[in-house]
Ligand binder design. Structure first.
Ligand SMILES: Cc1cc2nc3c(=O)[nH]c(=O)nc-3n(C[C@H](O)[C@H](O)[C@H](O)COP(=O)(O)OP(=O)(O)OC[C@H]3O[C@@H](n4cnc5c(N)ncnc54)[C@H](O)[C@@H]3O)c2cc1C
Length: 414
């Protein structure tokens, strides 16, 4: 591997988006992943590509709910007791980042990052010949209680203040938009300009195949570490042997901080584990992603059926899944829809790469001249991936970024 070459670790939606933008810039690119492209977290998400998602998690009233989480392993948000001591420093930072002034600047940064996320995916999907996988059909966000709707007033106002069209709907308007819903919702917000994909796994795979057509080399192995000389990392150690390094991009999702730490740049990253259930024949379709605020899950009609996806669980990267959490999604579906067939549901768990301030890391290394980071997109990694790829290509190619990337820097907690 010589001058003009970039190695990317991680072939999720973030890594393959970086690959496409770097290839477009003329770099030779190798993508290393221990799994086939797009088979980890990027496979099973809810498919929303939502420019209006600009509110950090810490600002959404979640902090008040922490004591409740500890008591219910099947609740919308759960922490395994045994994992709590390990997650505590992250939680402390999460709480600090929930201060009103910080929430305002985090929203500002997310609003800038997410401004053209649908266009970003449309561009890559066109290149990969899968434009049919991207839809612009809006997002419906539902509330069963006045209290939950009221609690989100500030978040709605922030979205509107950044120019996003957000309409408040009454129960009649809700059932006109999605007739399959049970009549249990008191309020909704409707974001007509939101987008989604009808197959996140196929989208990631298509981007990877396009990268391959453009000359990207795929290397199937696990990255174990680096050989670091005075000029930075010179070799990468993997389960398949050693490779020489020129430029390096870490896009390894929830596993990224294990690698950044080895490069001398630790970062507080947690896995917010989420689950999905795929219903092959639910008996109806919805037209757009629908989110259920109190229950912390979403549904999206996809190519292969209705996906019920969401919930948050802190248990680390290694703990086995708690499939009771996925089964709970079926119970929710039976409550929120009038009549849903949940037979033959397929279950899945994924690891959201979560930062305390809900901002991803899109950054040059502050230690090594030729190292770059693209990770930590949390709940919004599909949304932010295509534009992240463009920003990483600007950083590697030493072009001015089109937005201020300071809020996304790797050393913001040091
Ligand atoms: C239930 C659920 C619903 C979601 N819904 C949405 C949504 O609607 N909209 C949205 O925008 N986002 C959503 N997300 C979030 C989104 O899926 C993630 O943010 C995104 O997939 C992260 O992509 P990634 O490429 O960073 O990580 P991944 O897809 O996890 O890819 C990381 C890759 O790195 C590889 N890797 C890691 N370490 C190594 C190593 N040492 N050696 C080799 N390879 C390595 C892994 O094998 C993996 O393939 C959801 C997530 C979940 C769990």
């Amino acid at each position: 591997m010589t001058e003009g070459h970039v190695t990317i670790i991680g072939a999720g939606i973030v890594g393959v988006s970086c690959a496409l933008h770097l290839l477009k810039d003329g770099w030779r690119v190798s993508l290393i992943d221990e799994h086939p492209a797009g088979t980890q977290t990027s496979y099973g998400n809810a498919g929303a590509i939502s420019p209006q998602s600009i509110n950090p998690m810490s600002g959404s009233g979640i902090i008040k709910q922490i004591p409740k989480w500890l008591l219910d392993p099947l609740g919308p948000l759960a922490i395994r007791w045994s994992y709590l001591p390990k997650a505590m420093p992250w939680f402390m930072q999460f709480i600090r980042d929930g201060a009103a002034t910080r929430v305002a600047s985090q929203s500002e940064a997310l609003a800038a990052l997410h401004r053209n996320v649908i266009e970003g995916h449309e561009e890559l999907a066109e290149l990969a010949n899968v434009k049919h996988l991207i839809k612009r059909q809006g997002w419906l966000s539902l509330y069963e209680t006045d209290a939950a709707f009221k609690a989100d007033a500030a978040a709605r106002a922030r979205m509107q203040s950044h120019g996003h069209e957000i309409h408040e709907l009454n129960p009649d308007e809700i059932s006109q938009l999605e007739p399959g819903l049970a009549p249990i919702f008191k309020h909704a917000t409707w974001a007509p300009n939101s987008g989604h994909t009808v197959n996140p796994g196929a989208l990631t795979e298509a981007y990877a195949k396009q990268a391959s057509r453009m000359g990207c080399e795929f290397v199937n192995c696990k990255v174990l570490g680096f050989e670091i000389g005075p000029e930075g990392p010179t070799k990468i150690r993997t389960s398949a042997g050693e490779f020489k390094l020129d430029r390096l991009v870490i896009a390894a999702g929830a596993w990224s901080s294990q690698l950044s730490k080895q490069l001398g740049e630790p970062f507080p990253l947690e896995s917010e584990r989420g689950y999905h259930m795929m219903l092959p024949s639910p008996g109806f379709t919805t037209r757009r992603p629908v989110s259920f605020n109190e229950r912390k899950f979403m549904t999206t009609t996809m190519e292969e059926g209705l996906r019920l996806a969401g919930t948050v669980e802190f248990a680390g990267l290694e703990a086995p899944p708690n499939w009771g959490r996925a089964i709970k999604l079926l119970e929710h579906a039976k409550t929120v829809f009038r009549d849903v067939d949940v037979s033959d549901a397929k279950r899945w768990m994924g690891q959201r790469p979560a930062t305390p301030d809900s901002l991803p890391v899109i950054s040059s290394s502050k230690v090594h001249e030729k190292v770059f980071y693209a990770f930590g997109h949390g709940h919004l990694g599909l949304t932010g991936s295509a534009v992240t790829g463009a920003h990483i290509a600007s950083l590697v190619s030493r072009r001015n970024a089109t937005i201020d990337l300071q809020p996304f820097r790797i050393d913001r907690y040091r």
